[in-house]
Design a protein around this ligand. Structure first.
Ligand code: 5GP
Length: 113
């Protein structure tokens, strides 16, 4: 599997505005923000898509969900934020390293586009 640009960000080969990091995940601001808060939370393990996660990744995915809320709160949007995971090109995924978009700071309509 070829390295994605998110692996390059993890390895500091590409710079990013990092807002949180621990042994298992990294969170950085999206280069093309769609809301006042738009950060990407990624596992350091290069799982391509949500559908590619297995039961082996259960604790890791749970960790990401907990951290997503903590980061939204840390950024000042703990009361209203949205988590988005695009799975596959047909759903808008462009970088094939699993990531959670954390969005907040503007009205978020439903259903999403
Ligand atoms: P996807 O469309 O795969 O769900 O989301 C990929 C996201 O990565 C997009 O929102 C896009 O703006 C963001 N992105 C693409 N290239 C870069 C980059 O080099 N740096 C950062 N920080 N974000 C990027």
């Amino acid at each position: 599997m070829s390295e994605t640009l998110f692996t390059k960000i993890i390895n500091r080969e590409i710079s990013a505005d990092i807002v949180y990091e621990d042994d298992d995940c990294l969170c950085f601001r999206d280069i093309n923000p769609q809301a006042p808060l738009h950060v990407l939370l990624i596992p350091k393990k290069p799982i391509p898509r949500a559908i590619d996660a297995t039961t082996e990744d259960q604790a890791l995915l749970g960790h990401l969900m907990i951290k997503a809320g903590e980061i939204a709160k840390q950024e000042g949007y703990g009361e209203a934020f949205r988590l988005v995971v695009n799975n596959g090109a047909g759903a808008g995924q462009t970088v094939f390293h699993l990531h959670i978009h954390i969005l907040g700071g503007r009205p978020l309509s439903w259903p999403p586009g």
